[in-house]
Design a protein around this ligand. Structure first.
Ligand SMILES: CC(C)(COP(=O)(O)OP(=O)(O)OC[C@H]1O[C@@H](n2cnc3c(N)ncnc32)[C@H](O)[C@@H]1OP(=O)(O)O)[C@@H](O)C(=O)NCCC(=O)NCCS
Length: 175
């Protein structure tokens, strides 16, 4: 299946669609819902949509570093059930890492659900041992060091071959 990724502007119709997908995948099954305040905080975050044709198949959100920190955070990774196992998640995470590399991010972190730790490990992320609870379920912090963006010609070539061949070590998120 051919997927494409593109940025989604906060507050746009497309963004509301991504919120509905995140709600269905990441919140409703836990008996939770997004609060207005929670969503308002996302204005400064970067939203990437995964599309199969015109259909939204997945989403991920990137949080730029604050003040002196240079570490980005990857959160809210979700692929719609009908599109799982078709490399949509791999396409999304490669696009997210490309975006962060383009912005000279040295490192990314995330809070992974225990059930998704294997997915991130497969993409070069290292998990901390400590398990903690977030949105009522067990999570672990994961990290990855991002290599610098390759030269333009190589970069374009890699883009056509998602997922990227990663050579990384550490990185992380929160969901
Ligand atoms: C985790 C998730 C994003 C993966 O998306 P996906 O499109 O199904 O994944 P892909 O098809 O791109 O899989 C890429 C690789 O990861 C592996 N993989 C996918 N999900 C995995 C999981 N939960 N655990 C371990 N490995 C996993 C695949 O087997 C594949 O491996 P390969 O490269 O050896 O073939 C998706 O299952 C999802 O949205 N899950 C529910 C929400 C969730 O848990 N989000 C993460 C919150 S931290």
């Amino acid at each position: 299946m051919e997927f494409r990724t593109r940025p989604v502007a906060y507050g746009s119709v497309g963004w509301h669609e991504t919120v509905r997908l995140r709600d269905a995948v990441l919140r409703t099954p836990l008996g939770l819902a997004f609060s207005k305040a929670e969503l308002e905080q996302e204005a400064s975050q970067l939203h990437l949509g995964l599309y199969a044709g015109t259909t939204l198949a997945g989403v991920v959100v990137l949080v730029p570093p604050t003040s002196d920190s240079r570490i980005w955070k990857l959160r809210q990774m979700a692929v719609a059930p009908a599109f799982r196992g078709k490399r949509g998640g791999a396409t999304l995470i490669a696009a997210a890492e490309r975006e962060m590399r383009d912005q000279d991010a040295p490192e990314v972190m995330l809070h992974a659900r225990e059930s998704a730790v294997g997915f991130y490990t497969g993409h070069g992320y290292l998990a901390e041992d400590r398990v903690f609870e977030e949105v009522t379920i067990a999570h672990r912090c994961m990290w990855k060091t991002l290599d610098p963006t390759p030269p333009a010609s190589v970069h374009e070539d890699l883009q056509e071959k998602t997922p990227l061949a990663e050579t990384v070590n550490r990185s992380a998120i929160d969901i």
